[in-house]
Each structure stands twice: as C-alpha cells, then as structure tokens.
Design a protein around this ligand. Structure first.
Ligand code: GZL
Length: 328
C-alpha cells in the first residue's frame, strides 16, 4: 500500500479508536451516574449503636454500587428536616432516614410523596395517620425488647427469696423517640403483673453516656440503697451508670441488677464479667436491608411494609462462651 494512503488509513483508525474509547468511558460515566442515588439522614452519633448503624449503611451502599448522600443531624430534628428537603430538591431516587422523634414528619413526607420520591424509615419510627407517606419501615420491634427486659427481671426475681421486692429505676432514651416509648411500655406491661416489682422512678439520659452518668448520680442521691434495679434503654447510658455506681461504691450486677438494651460488644463483655445481668439485642446492621429495599422501590417491585430484625436477650443465665463478636 502506498505510504501516504497507509498513513491516512492509520490516522482514521486512530481517530476511530479514540472516539470509541471516549464513548465507552462516557457510557461508563452515564451508567455510573445512572447508579441509584440514596439520600440518607442519620440522626446523630450519640452511641456505639448509632455509629454501627451509620457504618452498616455506608458499607452496604458501597457493596451495592449505590451512591449515598449522607447527612448527620447531630441530634437535631430541624437539621433532619433540612437534609430531607435538600434530598427532595436534589431529586434523589430514594430517601432513607432514622427519625430522632416520632412526631413532626408529615409535611416533609408529603413533599417527598409529591416529588415522587419513595421513603424508607430505618431504625426508629414516625407517628403518622397517613400510611401513604412512607413505603417501608425496617428496624427493631422496640416493644418486644422491653418485654424481653421485663421477662428477664421476672426470671431473676424467681431466683431470689420470696419476700424480695425489687425497686426499679428506669433510665430512658430520647424523650418522644419510638425506642424510648416502646421499650418502656413493653417493660412496664410485663412487670405490671408482679406486685413485688415497683418502678421507683424514670429519668431521661437521652441515650448518652454523660447524661446516663448524671442521672444515676441523681438517683443514688435520691434513693440510696432503695435502688435495686437499673433498666437502661441503651448500652451507652448504662456505661455512664456504671461509672456513677463506682463513685458511690455500689457493685453493679450484684448490689444493683443491671438491664440494658443494644447488645454492643462492650456490653456483652460486661455481662460476661458479671457487671451487667441482662443485655437485650437491638441490631444496628440494617444497611443491607435498606439497599435491597431501595433497589426494589426504584425498580417498581413490591416491598413489605414492615421489616423487623429478629432479636434476643443475653442474660446471666445463658452460656455466652460461643457468642460471635457483635461487630458494633
Ligand atoms: C434503637 C436506636 C437507639 C439505640 C441507641 O434502634 O434508635 O438509638 O438503642 C441509639 O443506642 O441512640
């Protein structure tokens, strides 16, 4: 083939190759841009549980090839509402959020519905009369967690002398949040049938270590040795409580029966050491379920309205030697 003609042929071939490569890269970009975009409003970082929940969502999004817009509200409902409205404005494909409290979501959920953006409620729940305002709730049955805590205490009481009376201090989570309201209801409904169990007092530690410590100091000042049982709505507040007991020379797990909820590794370790008597599981590992539901919603597939995690209680009566690491 004559040289100029061959050179022209090579030039055309090179240009074609570049054009095709560029198109495939653009197509790749568009495909990636077509990846599902999930807006996720996390309520805060108040406990090891919450940090585990955020990690679970981030890792599951990465594994599923789902683009995640994550906003942390640092315990502020106002910031959550702002984040949800920014997701709507950005026209994400799906919204997921853990509502810090039950009330006050109808308007923003209506805006999401009008924008045609399906909403997944994860972890805590909202209180709404309009079921069309969200597609799915995925999380724990908080009432059952309270029941399991109460059932443990009744079992513990059955091992004590028949004249024993147990005075309970309830250390509650964030006021108006579904875990706080439902764990309390489940526990109280369960122990109500036992006249030898009294709820001495209830005080909110807002699910935080520091506030849990302050509250238990107050309760020890107020009730002293009348304080027989601590029912803490989460492990973080229980850790603070154990610090307070230490300051007052009270031996947790012996002088005071300790019941907690979440099932963090640290809490299970304390249970094995005998410093805690019962830890009710509440798994934060909701990421995979959220991503599958988001994918199904985007693909227009049918989804279950309510997806509950299966959970158990770990108690001093159990053999915990084979328990797998908790992962949070
Ligand atoms: C329960 C979750 C609670 C945890 C706390 O699902 O909402 O919030 O029990 C966390 O540790 O602060």
């Amino acid at each position: 083939m004559r040289k100029p003609l061959f050179r022209a042929f090579l030039t055309v071939l090179l240009l074609l190759t570049l054009a095709l490569t560029g198109c495939s890269r653009q197509a790749e970009e568009e495909k990636k841009d077509d990846a599902l975009l999930l807006g996720f409003s996390q309520l805060g970082s108040e406990s090891g549980w919450r940090i585990g929940n955020t990690k679970s969502v981030q890792e599951a999004a990465e594994a599923a090839g789902i683009r995640l817009m994550l906003e942390n509200a640092n315990q502020s409902q106002e910031k959550q509402l702002t984040a949800l409205r920014s997701f709507i404005a950005y026209r994400v494909d799906v919204i997921a959020f853990s509502p810090i409290v039950q009330e006050g979501w109808d308007n923003v959920l209506r805006e999401a519905r009008e924008a045609g953006i399906p909403v997944i409620i994860e972890d805590r729940t909202v209180d709404t009369k309009d079921e069309s305002l969200y597609a799915v709730h995925v999380g724990s049955d908080f009432y059952s967690e309270g029941v399991m805590a109460g059932e443990y205490l009744l079992k513990k009481l059955s091992t004590l002398p028949p004249e024993t009376v147990l005075n309970v201090v309830e250390l509650t989570g964030t006021q108006g949040s579904s875990p706080m309201l439902l764990r309390s209801a489940g526990f109280r409904d369960t122990v109500a049938k036992e006249p030898r169990v009294h709820i001495l007092d209830s005080i909110s530690g807002d699910f935080m270590i520091s506030k849990g410590k302050e509250c238990v100091r107050l309760m020890l000042e107020k009730y002293g040795t009348e304080f027989d049982v601590l029912f803490s709505h989460n492990d973080a507040m229980m850790y603070g409580a154990l610090d307070a007991f230490g300051e007052y020379g009270v031996i947790p797990g012996r002088d005071v029966i300790i019941i907690s909820v979440d099932g963090e590794q640290q809490a299970i370790d304390l249970l094995k050491e005998g410093k805690v008597n019962c830890v009710v599981e509440c798994t934060p590992m909701l990421g995979e379920a959220i991503m599958q539901i988001a994918r199904d919603l985007k693909d227009g597939k049918p989804v279950e309205r309510e997806v509950y995690s299966s959970e158990r209680a770990f108690t001093e009566f159990d053999d915990l030697s084979q328990l797998a690491p908790r992962g949070y």
